[in-house]
Design a protein around this ligand. Structure first.
Ligand SMILES: Cc1cc2nc3c(=O)[nH]c(=O)nc-3n(C[C@H](O)[C@H](O)[C@H](O)COP(=O)(O)OP(=O)(O)OC[C@H]3O[C@@H](n4cnc5c(N)ncnc54)[C@H](O)[C@@H]3O)c2cc1C
Length: 368
């Protein structure tokens, strides 16, 4: 039975790795020309029940521990005057270790044989080919026919239209992403205010969200509400009146500023079973990053889809049904949390909403 996975993100690669571990080869088709074609972005914290569980399923948990960023679980919440309103330290015993996304992706890639990923394979469309099979067309005009087709191709999936007419909508929030390199030496004020791990500086319905990478650089997102068609703002103007150490992050940024409008599929996005095809990760449930779940869910989706295919040998429909029964409620809960957290983080009285949220988690004994 042939399995074609479209997209070599964390979700698609986890699926391929778990299948491979159980002797079930699959081919991953990825539009990037090589693993290094695109910067993979900063740090991710991997949750016990999702990202870490997926790595255990792939047999990669021990290798993952070796790439964890020590101290990366530290977290602080500041207001616009750089007052620290909440601080959590990383004593090395936390259950949400931080890893660099590129290193995590390399860990998955290294576990696959060289021919498992076809690089430079951009999918332009797919159509049913009868009997639950699908024909997939690539940008160079070539085609394949596959028994199982998995759309792991992110927010703007070319596979999603086979099962659903939904498209991600702009959330009204945009990020501008930038970095400060060798921060302790070259940008000491910004490095000190950000701290050792994750920082949320919030106020006036906007924020600076940053984290420290293991190589000593700072990775920062300026987050603000904007119309979809608005020109990128001047960030120093936008954050006028904020504490000089926070503004220093913007003023001293190294390299490019990248604009990232944040999109999300409707909360509760689901589809009727279509033979031979399914979705995972952002293709199924792209959401704003405020539940910190997107990559974790993509990896868990991949591991669970692999388990379903392995557990239902020869019965693709039973496997995909079993997978989707777990996928839909889990994704709905995370998407709802994510949308609610976005509203809380960017209230005019920020960071009070986020502080209240952390306190309520603490009262409930929920690990954040
Ligand atoms: C700013 C920001 C911060 C985030 N922070 C966190 C966080 O802290 N924690 C967390 O868990 N999540 C976070 N997320 C979410 C997380 O990045 C995504 O949910 C996760 O990457 C989804 O993985 P995926 O494998 O589904 O898709 P992707 O990582 O998007 O991978 C899809 C792959 O498919 C390929 N592809 C796309 N189209 C085609 C095509 N036509 N043909 C072939 N290949 C194709 C792409 O090149 C890509 O390699 C964040 C997201 C953003 C935007």
């Amino acid at each position: 039975m042939s399995i074609a996975i479209i997209g070599a993100g964390l979700g698609g690669l986890t699926l391929a790795c778990v299948l491979r571990r159980h002797g079930r080869p699959a081919t991953v088709y990825e539009l990037d020309a090589s693993p290094t074609a695109r910067a993979q972005g900063g740090m991710l914290d991997l949750h016990t029940e999702s990202g870490q569980a997926a790595l255990r399923a792939a047999g990669l948990y021990e290798q993952f521990r070796a790439i964890v960023h020590p101290g990366g679980e530290a977290m602080r919440i500041l207001d616009r005057d750089a007052n620290v309103r909440r601080e959590e330290t990383d004593g090395g015993t936390g259950d949400r270790p931080e890893v660099n996304r590129r290193e995590l992706r390399n860990l998955l890639l290294d576990a696959l044989p060289g021919d498992a990923v076809r690089w430079g394979a951009k999918v332009t469309g797919a159509r049913p080919a009868g009997g639950g099979r699908h024909e997939v067309t690539f940008a160079d005009g070539s085609t394949i026919v596959t028994d199982v087709l998995v759309g792991a191709d992110g927010a703007w999936s070319r596979i999603r239209p086979l099962v659903s007419g939904a498209v991600p909508a702009y959330t009204g929030l945009s990020y501008v992403e930038f970095s400060l390199f060798d921060a302790d030496a070259r940008h000491p004020e910004a490095a000190a205010v950000l701290g050792g791990g994750l920082m949320f500086a919030l106020g006036d319905g906007k924020g600076l969200l940053g984290h420290r990478d293991p190589d000593g650089s700072l990775h920062v997102y300026a987050a603000f509400r904007a119309r979809a068609d608005a020109e990128p703002p001047d960030l120093l103007d936008l954050f006028a009146g904020w504490h000089p150490s926070l503004r220093a992050m913007i003023a001293e940024a190294d390299g490019a500023f990248t604009v990232r409008p944040i999109h999300a599929l409707p909360v509760g996005h689901r589809w009727h079973r279509i033979p031979g095809v399914t979705l995972l990760g952002d293709a199924a449930h792209v959401m704003s990053p405020f539940a910190g779940e997107g990559a974790n869910l993509a990896m868990l989706d991949g591991a669970e889809l692999a388990a379903a295919l392995i557990g239902h040998p020869g019965d693709v429909e039973a496997a995909l049904t079993a997978y989707e029964e777990l996928l839909f409620p889990r994704a709905e809960a995370a998407a709802a949390e994510s949308a609610a957290n976005l509203a809380v983080c960017f209230r005019e009285d920020a960071p009070d909403g986020l502080l209240d949220l952390f306190e309520s988690y603490e009262e409930l004994g929920v690990r954040t």
